[in-house]
Write a protein that binds this ligand. Structure first.
Ligand code: FES
Ligand code: FES
Length: 165
């Protein structure tokens, strides 16, 4: 595999000039080149959502998102959500609710929730269920995860910590 394609990305607020292979996914680049291992490689087939990251604020499957196609885009991983020692409100809500067991799905769940919160600050429980329905949790913690997501939505805080509409 030859990494011969230059790509410039903003990752968690920092610029990165990288070289990627045509077949590299953004998950490959994050985990293998940048050692950002928050996004998990679960199914690697677009099914489980463990690899969810934000590209320009949209939740995407990292394993299915071509890295070269992200040229110029802003990528946010779970490592980029907190501000120093201050957790993002979605992270805070997940901790408060105890919305994790093994934690493998948690980065993807948190980022999918953060994207929903940003896109739809008045999301209903049904919207939350719908938004998280394609993120799988093998520990069967869905109820508490949905409760945590709803608690985060009630804070009305967007990605980056600014007050929501
Ligand atoms: S690892 Fe990407 S959806 Fe499962
Ligand atoms: S907490 Fe283990 S997979 Fe969700």
């Amino acid at each position: 595999m030859t990494r011969n394609i230059p790509v410039s990305l903003e990752i968690n607020g920092d610029p990165h000039d990288l070289r990627v292979a045509l077949s590299d996914s953004i998950l490959d680049v994050l985990r293998d080149q940048l050692q950002l291992t928050g996004a998990k490689r679960g199914c690697n087939q677009g099914v489980c959502g463990a690899c969810t990251v934000l590209v320009d604020g949209r939740a995407v499957r990292g394993c299915l998102t071509n890295a070269a196609a992200c040229e110029g885009e802003a990528v946010t991983t779970v490592e980029g959500l907190a501000e120093g020692l201050t957790l993002h409100p979605v992270q805070e809500a997940f901790v408060e609710a105890g919305a994790m067991q093994c934690g493998f799905c948690t980065p993807g769940m948190v980022l999918a929730t953060a994207a929903l919160l940003s896109e739809n600050p008045t999301a209903s429980r049904e919207d939350v269920v719908q938004a998280l329905s394609s993120n799988l949790c093998r520990c069967s913690g869905y109820q508490v995860i949905i409760d945590a997501a709803l608690a985060a939505l009630e804070t009305g805080v967007e990605i980056g910590g600014e007050a929501g509409a």
